[in-house]
Design a protein around this ligand. Structure first.
Ligand SMILES: NC(=O)c1ccc[n+]([C@@H]2O[C@H](COP(=O)([O-])OP(=O)(O)OC[C@H]3O[C@@H](n4cnc5c(N)ncnc54)[C@H](OP(=O)(O)O)[C@@H]3O)[C@@H](O)[C@H]2O)c1
Length: 293
């Protein structure tokens, strides 16, 4: 199976490349400069030349705070670019799997969010990713939108790597404790995406199409996540770092973030028989890789 993946050095596309090759799949990663999601005209020739059986749309403008000052660029990359990818997928008669985000929700709900819950992004990033979802759905019915969250891995930039870096020079850190979500390991996202890509290529069942939530099992807040990272690092020989839980109001950022963006993975489990490992288990794997280097 030939899979075109957008993005070249990101967390998820790197994980897809590693796992896909180990599974004997042909993964063709396309990213800057050969394709630029902000320039729709750059997309079709390289994708068509790759002759994919399925397209995985992973690349995005992921700088949540910076997006507040670059809304047009974020809209092109997260909204209109995926729309063009969906048009190309429709023209090639192949399915498209598109990654979206928990930040399409406002965070006002008490419980976990299901796929049927109303969206209401509170940031430019969230709004542009929601536009991407709408455009994907508008241009091809043969789509799977996977909303994921709080992605971490040994690759690229993420919260785990930031905490480990800060922990090298600090004995304690203030971390937000009133935003709740589901940390998700990029290699686990890749495992689920490759499995679901196989399914949609082989099976035209409409119940496998549409929107799904794809997050690590379990939930926490940023301070809880940080504590687990520092405990794991200490067990691997790093010095202890104390985490001081603080409210988000004491850590102002340019972009607002939902107070609760916990996603239910039940629909993915029912239709695809897929569940991701608990985030704490995956964190151990991530720390093994990062701290044994
Ligand atoms: N990271 C998270 O916590 C998180 C949470 C929820 C959902 N998601 C979604 O999950 C997906 C994967 O996230 P990730 O963490 O793997 O992202 P990432 O590590 O930030 O990687 C993003 C990739 O997109 C590429 N890219 C950016 N602008 C582009 C453009 N104009 N044209 C082509 N490629 C471009 C980047 O290339 P350069 O490095 O060259 O810029 C990079 O390869 C994204 O769709 C994201 O919205 C992520």
């Amino acid at each position: 199976m030939r899979i075109v993946v957008t993005g070249k050095e990101g967390q998820v596309d790197t994980s897809l490349q590693q796992l896909g090759e180990a599974q004997g799949l042909t993964i063709i990663r396309l990213g800057l400069p050969e394709i630029d999601l902000s320039n729709p005209g750059s997309l079709s020739a390289p994708i068509e030349a790759a002759k994919p059986d399925v397209i995985i749309s992973s690349a995005a403008y992921t700088a949540v705070d910076k997006a507040e000052t670059e809304p047009e660029l974020a809209q092109k990359i997260n909204g209109d670019g995926p729309g063009e990818l969906a048009r190309i997928a429709a023209r090639l008669s192949v399915p498209i799997l598109h990654l979206s985000t928990d930040y399409v929700f406002s965070g006002d709900k008490d419980g976990v969010y299901t796929e049927d819950d109303e969206t209401g992004p509170v940031s430019v990033y969230g709004a542009t990713k929601l536009s991407g979802e709408h455009q994907i759905a508008a241009y091809t019915p043969n789509h799977v939108i996977m909303r994921t969250a709080w992605v971490y891995s040994p690759y690229g930039n993420n919260f785990v790597k930031t905490m480990l870096r800060l922990g090298e020079t600090r004995d304690e850190l203030n971390v937000v404790a009133d935003q709740y979500g589901c940390p998700t390991y990029a290699p686990e996202i890749a495992r689920a995406l490759l499995s679901s890509a196989r399914r949609v290529v082989e099976d035209s069942d409409p119940s496998l199409r549409g929107t799904f939530h794809l997050t690590g099992a379990g939930e926490t807040n940023w301070a809880g996540f940080a504590e687990a990272i520092f405990k794991g690092a200490e067990a691997r020989g790093r010095k202890p770092v104390k985490v001081n839980p603080i409210p988000a109001s004491q850590y102002p950022t340019p972009a607002r973030r939902p107070a609760n963006s916990r996603l239910s993975g039940e629909k993915l489990n029912v239709f695809y028989n897929l569940t991701l490992d608990p985030w704490r288990t995956s964190l151990d794997d991530c720390l093994d890789q990062l701290l044994s280097r």
